[in-house]
Each structure stands twice: as structure tokens, then as C-alpha cells.
Ligand binder design. Structure first.
Ligand code: BJW
Length: 327
């Protein structure tokens, strides 16, 4: 820790102690030290695959087998992972402040809960990998903590980190034709979900996101995918929130309630690129009402600007900074 960081740490800890109400907005970077990939940037899950192909309702309609392989691999990785010191530090803070603290996590890996985060002080904005929901219009089946693996024998191979590239079949970098025809197919029909997802591809995801590397691991027919145990007909889907889908209403109501009834003094912004809405709106809302912000991230573009405003930026691994800063 540098001298400047020591000074930051001291002013932050003083402010933390005085803060009446605290909000934490958490992203994939918190679980990076547990070995789980983030979404965007180098090493992110979307470096080779477009969110259009994996994280929209249309992607699931078009190729549920591909989407299930992605989520089956994510479920397996998350089950294998262990909460890190960052999850534990945040969980401890939540237990010290059962009614004056709220974590809004965008993560679907369940690691904060496994670190014993106080149950009433965490909201999973984007759902959970371990919730299964029936996709049939006529069925309301939903199961909350399913940790079976594989869910069907056809998904037994989804244990490595997704995506797996099949080397021999990869087109040459200058072979645009295959790439373009794949994109054309995926772009039809264009609707709001795809438009939303494309907005991310162009604005926030590195340029190779719709890359020619796109390859399904294997083609799995629908009959071999997980089906609803209740209606027996509908396909099951992971209970995560895809682009273009509404966040769970209960969760949004609870978040709104906390923001409306608590005057928030401090927002901890942990391991998130800050690109996805409405999650980011909660930070802005708290800031507009006077909350200060402390960012914990390996990349902070506006570090100097933050400090000038009297906010804090702790540059580096959140699993290292949080135990020190929140002690
Ligand atoms: C470290 C680290 C270490 C690395 N330590 N740090 C307003 C304006 C513009 C657009 C919209 C808007 N409102 C809605 C939209 C559209 C869209 C959206 O946000 N688009 C923008 C991106 C352009 N939003 C939606 O579609 C949402 N739905 C919606 O608004 O519905 C409206 C509606 C109402 C009524 C009816 C119908 C609709 C839904 C958004 C759902 C997002 N879902 C995903 C996938 C979940 C499933 C899955 O897991 O596969 O959630 S997208 C993906 O991004 C995932 C994440 O939770 C989310 C955020 O990513 P996160 O966590 O920030 O990760 P990264 O990878 O981006 O960043 C990691 C960070 O960690 C980096 O900064 C690193 O530097 C850092 N890091 N290692 C600390 N060790």
C-alpha cells in the first residue's frame, strides 16, 4: 500500500464508521479472485461470444442447446468456486449492520450467500444460476436452489470454462464470409432484445465480441435438455435475467424501498464495469441524494476525478482491498 493509498484508506474508514446507511453494488469482479470469469474485457466470458448469442430470450429460442451449454458450464464453475475474502468481508459488514446496509449484487453465482451474507440485506438483481424456471406460458414452475450437475446426460460435458474453441474448424482471420452468414442468421428477426444486446456489443464490449470464433460446442436437440418436472412439457431455463427482460419485480421493489426509506451516505461500487441498467441507476440515485462513492476495481478510468470530488478509488483486486477497507 502506497502512502497515498494509506491516506485514502484512513479517510474512507472514518467515513464508513460515520455512515448511517450504506449501499453496495457488486459485479463480476468480486468473484474474479474465486476463479470465475467476468463478462467484458480481456479474459471475459464474452471475448469470443456475443451476448446476442447467449444472454437474450431470442438466443434461447433460437438455440436452447447452445445457451444451456453456456449456463451448465457456468453452474459447474460456480459450484466448484469458493467465496473469497472479499465476499467474506462484505458479508461481515452485512451482519454488523442488519438494517442499515444493502447489497445489490448483479452476480448470479451465489458466492455472497455462501459467504454468509445476511440474508435480508442482499438482493440478486440478475437472478441466480441455480434457479430453474419453466418456459411454458401455462406453467409457473420455479425451483430456487438446484445444484445438480449435469442436469441431463447431454449436458455432462459442460464442465470446462465456456467457450471451447474447436481449433481445426476456426475460420482464418480474413475469412469473413462464414462470419457474415452466421451474423445474418442471428440477426433475424431483429427485435428489441437484440437491439439492446447490440447496443452493448458496440458500446461496451471489446470489438471481437461477435468474432468469427463463434462455435457451438455441440448441437443438442431440445428433447435432451432439462424439462419441467411439473408440466412435463416446457423446457426449463436458468433463472437469470437476460437482456431485454425485466428484473424480478420483488427485487426491484425491495431495492426501491431501501433507497426511498434510507438516506444513503455511502455507495460501495465493487468489481463492476458499470455498463448495465437498471443496476447502475441505483448508484446514480444515491449519488444524486448526496451519497459518496468508493470504487473497488482493477481498472478505474476516472480515479483522479473521483478523488477530487472527495470520493474514493481502491485500484486492485477487490478480494484484497475489501478485508482491509471494511475491517
Ligand atoms: C475486478 C477484478 C478484481 C476484474 N477485483 N475488480 C438504460 C440505458 C441504456 C440501456 C438500457 C437502459 N435500461 C435498460 C437497458 C438495456 C439493457 C442494458 O443495460 N444495456 C446497456 C448495457 C447498453 N438492460 C437490460 O436489458 C435489463 N433489463 C431491462 O432493463 O428491462 C426493462 C424491461 C422492463 C419491463 C419489461 C421488459 C424489460 C436487464 C439486464 C440484464 C443483464 N444480464 C447479464 C446476464 C445475466 C445472466 C448471466 O450471468 O449470464 O448480467 S449481462 C451481464 O452484465 C451480467 C452482469 O450481471 C452484468 C454486469 O456486468 P459486471 O458484473 O459489471 O461485469 P463486467 O465483466 O462488465 O465487469 C467486471 C468488472 O470487474 C470490470 O470493471 C473489471 O475491471 C473488474 N474486475 N477483476 C475488482 N479482481
Amino acid at each position: 500500500i502506497t502512502e497515498e493509498e494509506m491516506i485514502q484508506l484512513e479517510t474512507f474508514q472514518n467515513y464508513l464508521l460515520q455512515s448511517r446507511n450504506i449501499l453496495a453494488v457488486v459485479g463480476a469482479g468480486l468473484s474474479a479472485a474465486s476463479g470465475l470469469s467476468t463478462f467484458r474485457g480481456t479474459g471475459g466470458l464474452w471475448r469470443n461470444y456475443s451476448p446476442i448469442d447467449l444472454a437474450t430470450p431470442d438466443a434461447f429460442d433460437m438455440d436452447p442447446g447452445l445457451v444451456w451449454q453456456f449456463y451448465s458450464s457456468r453452474r459447474y464453475q460456480a459450484m466448484k468456486a469458493k467465496p473469497n475474502k472479499g465476499h467474506f468481508a462484505l458479508a461481515e459488514l452485512s451482519r454488523r449492520r442488519p438494517s442499515t446496509f444493502l447489497t445489490l449484487t448483479q452476480n448470479v453465482d451465489g458466492l455472497s450467500s455462501r459467504a454468509k451474507h445476511e440474508k435480508n440485506t442482499i438482493l440478486e438483481l440478475h437472478g441466480s444460476l441455480f434457479t430453474l424456471k419453466c418456459t411454458s406460458f401455462f406453467c409457473n414452475y420455479s425451483h430456487e436452489d438446484n445444484r445438480e450437475h449435469p442436469l441431463t446426460p447431454a449436458l455432462a460435458n459442460c464442465e470446462d470454462e465456456f467457450p471451447q474453441k474447436r481449433k481445426q474448424e476456426q475460420p482464418e482471420p480474413d475469412d469473413q464470409s462464414q462470419h457474415q452468414s452466421k451474423r445474418r442468421k442471428l440477426n433475424e428477426p431483429i427485435n428489441k432484445d437484440l437491439e439492446d444486446a447490440k447496443a452493448i456489443s458496440s458500446s461496451n464490449v471489446s470489438s471481437n465480441v461477435s468474432s468469427p470464433d463463434f462455435k457451438p460446442v455441440q448441437t443438442i436437440p431440445e428433447r435432451d435438455l432439462p424439462h419441467c418436472p411439473e408440466c412435463k412439457e416446457g423446457l426449463l431455463r436458468p433463472g437469470v435475467v437476460w437482456f431485454g427482460e425485466s428484473l424480478p419485480l420483488k427485487v426491484m421493489d425491495a431495492a426501491d424501498d431501501f433507497l426511498m426509506t434510507h438516506r444513503i451516505d455511502l455507495v460501495l461500487v465493487i468489481g463492476t464495469s458499470g455498463t448495465v441498467w437498471p443496476a447502475m441507476g441505483y448508484i446514480e440515485r444515491a449519488q444524486r441524494k448526496g451519497a459518496k462513492v468508493a470504487v473497488f476495481n482493477t481498472e478505474i478510468d476516472n480515479l483522479e476525478k473521483l478523488k477530487k470530488k472527495g470520493d474514493w478509488g481502491f485500484l486492485g483486486d477487490a478480494s484484497k482491498w475489501l478485508p482491509v477497507a471494511l475491517e
